[in-house]
Design a binder for this molecule. Sequence first.
Ligand code: ATP
Ligand code: MG
Length: 400
Amino acid sequence: MNDLILVRYGELALKGKNRSEFENRLVRNIREKLKPFPGVRVTKTYGRVFVELNGQPMDDVTQALTEVFGVIDISPARRVESDINRIREAALQLVQEVHPRPRTFKVIAKRARKDFPHTSQELNHLLGSHILKNTEGLQVDVHHPELALRVEVRQEGTYLYNGSGLPGPGGLPVGSSGRVMLMLSGGIDSPVAAYLALKRGAALEAVHFHSYPFTSERARKKVEDLGQILTRYAGKIKLHVVPLTEIQTQIREQCPSSYMITIMRRFMMRITEKLARKNGALAMVTGESLGQVASQTLESMNAINDVTRMPVLRPLVGMDKQEIMEVSRKIGTYETSILPYEDCCTVFQPKNPVTRPGVERARELEARLDVEKLVTAAVEGTERVELTPDRQEEEFSSLF
Ligand code: ATP
Ligand code: MG
């Protein structure tokens, strides 16, 4: 008997070439995700993916699969010889392993192999009565069963699985929508924005601006930690760490403090665009919402967005802070995000930022600076950090 996990996927609209591209990428991403589990085998058959556990723990592998975009649901499954006794045995076992214990069930059998001696209807009855006889407190409910036990008799064996599996994260496989450059701060929002972009199949690189020595090494480490958590969903992430100190110092010297934030963000956006183009990303992603803070009014977005023609994705635009925090908790970034380390924006935070900056005014003030030179210097001073999902293991093995 084989212990399996059945993974179902599928965006309804997928057709033709897109479909195989989607499937191949999904399988690749699942294999990558399950690398820490030696021996597991990932195969694609009949429009779904099977993961053979080969002794690896069902719960841990299932948990890992809930972090792979494109997965719709995840069900514990068995494959047995297509022999009625074996099938009966496996059906009962699967039912007994379901937690919490279901009160009602239904068997949904399908005979894809016509030489099998029992019809689907007969199988439903045979298996249903075997389960009823050998369990307590379980009843058949054909309309709204708590557990739908699906059975598929095929040439190479019979598959049984819990048809009411665990929900996956949905979305599209990471990498199927191209690459984006995330602006990653140490806050709550940008990691959530990253998660949502990943959910729609974007592969991720990230840029972080720091103002060392005004911001500390700890603050930078916090951002690396956030990026590290995101690798659970993203796989490897290249993080570009950009020094903003010189730019901020120049702005502070040359421009009125009310425009500090606007002009600083214009620089951030220019630099992010440059890094995006250099690295094959076709859009930028930010954690901005609408109306949250002074820099997130529509006027402000206009004044900042003025410097680029590259699409800027703002996945949080329709979300309330409460909703953003919920996602943040769910994806595991919240606890790190709320750690109290300073950010480059807060260090240079003016007392009186304009809430409705003008585009023309921003351009005018900025003309006092050598924009090109400052941008080029910042890009040249950028450090690259490779974040990989298995960093912990690497650190561990380096101890020996
Ligand atoms: P967050 O919680 O993501 O920090 P926020 O609510 O604090 O967002 P802002 O500080 O206005 O909002 O930042 C808006 C967005 O600008 C951030 O979500 C992020 O995408 C980008 N950003 C801000 N600071 C940085 C930084 N130091 N490095 C990279 N991107 C940044
Ligand atoms: Mg912030």
